[in-house]
Design a binder for this molecule. Structure first.
Ligand code: DAH
Length: 340
């Protein structure tokens, strides 16, 4: 009986030496120490058959063997765990890397850059102004006298101390002309504010104002500049038209339309069946505005224009709800990655 224990120990040692991985070790553990059919279970059962005088020796040897097998298996388990840990630390330099996710420009930023680029190539300088503006720069100097009904159309946010959140970027014209002598050729992008909220309006939006003043600037210069701009921005065959309109700071004033980029003029949902899309306001700088900034209106004339970046972006990229620009929805924004 005792020699049987010695044999078991020998076989176990041989088998243990052949174990290469966790699965093999687990089967070995079940084979020897398994609750129901493990070999050591058998060994323990056999105590009953051992003659009384050998019982205590057999019992103690059997227990020793069981302890030995248990500790050997534990030891081997730790060894294998160590090996596995080592392989987790292993760094394979030949594996392809994980490329960093590339960001992209926001559609409004893209549009602003496109607009600026076109005018910069025409020799215009970019100028910025404050978002909290004085009544003088936002209204008065632009020929909106106090109580003028045109002030109502601007849905102004009023601040303290006679300041307003600027309702357009036109005040940057005034600030620039107050500081510089003609010729002036500027483009003024920036944030603007009006108390408005629907699919084509948000209380915070963006505009670009343009201004050109010099001796002998005419409406033909305005038309040529705007035509060139529209063809560069949309496509070389873009058709424009100027409709008479009213803005206090220009005379004559106009609204500029382009032939619908969607239907080519046939009439569709985008152009509300008119065949035309309104893209900006424009006109010849009003004599009062020139005089307000100290320019001699007998010598100098100029043109100005103003457009909403949000609206241009909607037309350029075929977007039908401007509020998308302010919701930071990555699924929307990611579509513009790599546009320019
Ligand atoms: N400031 C006008 C607006 O926000 C846009 C505009 C119209 C600007 C005509 C101009 C202009 O310079 O000539 O509605």
């Amino acid at each position: 009986m005792l020699s049987n224990l010695v044999k078991i120990k020998e076989t176990f040692e041989k088998e243990l030496a052949a174990v290469k991985d966790g699965a093999a070790l687990e089967s070995l553990r079940i084979k020897y120490l398994g609750r129901k059919s493990g070999m050591m279970n058998d060994v323990m059962q056999k105590i009953r058959e051992v003659p009384p005088e050998q019982k205590s020796q057999y019992g103690s040897e059997a227990n020793k063997l069981k302890g030995y097998i248990t500790s050997k298996i534990d030891e081997a388990e730790q060894g294998l765990g160590g090996a596995q840990k080592k392989s987790a630390d292993f760094f394979d330099v030949t594996l392809p890397g994980i490329p960093p996710v590339r960001g992209g420009y926001h559609p409004l930023e893209l549009t602003r850059r496109m607009i600026e680029g076109i005018f910069q190539r025409l020799g215009y300088t970019i100028v910025e102004g404050p978002e909290a503006e004085t009544d003088w720069h936002n209204f008065e100097a632009l020929n909106f006298p106090k109580h003028h009904p045109a002030r109502d159309m601007q849905d102004t946010f009023f601040l303290e101390n006679d300041l307003v959140l600027r309702t357009h970027t036109s005040p940057v014209q005034i600030r620039t002309m107050e500081k510089t002598k003609p010729p002036v050729r500027i483009i003024c992008p920036g944030r603007t504010f009006r108390c408005d909220w629907d699919i084509t309006h948000t209380p915070n939006f963006y505009q670009v104002e343009g201004l050109m003043v010099d001796a002998g600037v005419s409406f033909a210069d305005l038309k040529g500049t705007i035509d060139h701009f529209c063809r560069e921005l949309f496509s070389p065959d873009t058709v424009t038209r100027f409709r008479p309109s009213y803005f206090p700071f220009v005379e004559p004033g106009a609204e500029v339309d382009i032939r619908c980029v969607k239907c080519g003029g046939k009439g569709c949902r985008v152009c509300k069946q008119t065949g035309w899309l309104e893209i900006m306001g424009a006109g010849m700088v009003h004599v009062n505005v020139l005089e307000n900034v100290g320019y001699d209106s007998e010598i100098y004339t100029g043109f100005a224009f103003g457009m909403g970046i949000d609206r241009i972006a909607m037309l350029k990229f075929g977007i039908d709800d401007t509020r998308l620009h302010y919701e930071n929805n990555l699924r929307y924004l990611e579509q513009f990655r790599g546009v320019c």
